[in-house]
Write a protein that binds this ligand. Structure first.
Ligand SMILES: [Zn+2]
Length: 126
């Protein structure tokens, strides 16, 4: 995956405008300051909080992703792999707990890249 594609910015949690600055101050699986987010891009100064309640939309993205993932996971484990319901649901809860921060950040990165377009001239700026 290379710079210039929205998928790069989303999966690397980079600023959607310049694809250089980080969205979050800490690593996803460090579980430190998990829900902190930079106010502005350190590289191009894009505003990551353009208005109050901006990230309500990200909650719906997170809800849709987790809903489909849960259905998909339970169908695969219980119907295809014939896992016991308690084992399948227990595994699902464990996976959801581990990926909770990642999903929170992923949804915000998607929401921000929907609302902020890539500007190649911003990535060259020093
Ligand atoms: Zn930026």
């Amino acid at each position: 995956m290379k710079k210039g594609s929205n998928l790069y910015a989303i999966t690397k949690f980079k600023c959607p405008r310049c694809h250089e600055g980080d969205l979050f101050p800490s690593a996803t699986f460090s579980f430190e300051r998990s829900f902190d987010m930079h106010k502005r891009c350190s590289h191009c100064d894009a505003n990551f909080f353009p208005e109050p309640g901006f990230y309500y939309g990200a909650m719906f993205i997170s809800y849709i992703f987790s809903g489909f993932f849960c259905i998909f996971f339970l169908v695969i484990t219980m119907l295809a792999l014939k896992w016991n319901a308690a084992v399948a649901i227990g595994s699902l809860l464990l996976i959801m707990a581990i990926y909770f921060v990642w999903l929170f950040r992923f949804a915000r990165a998607i929401w921000l890249s929907i609302n902020l377009k890539y500007d190649p001239s911003m990535s060259k700026k020093d």
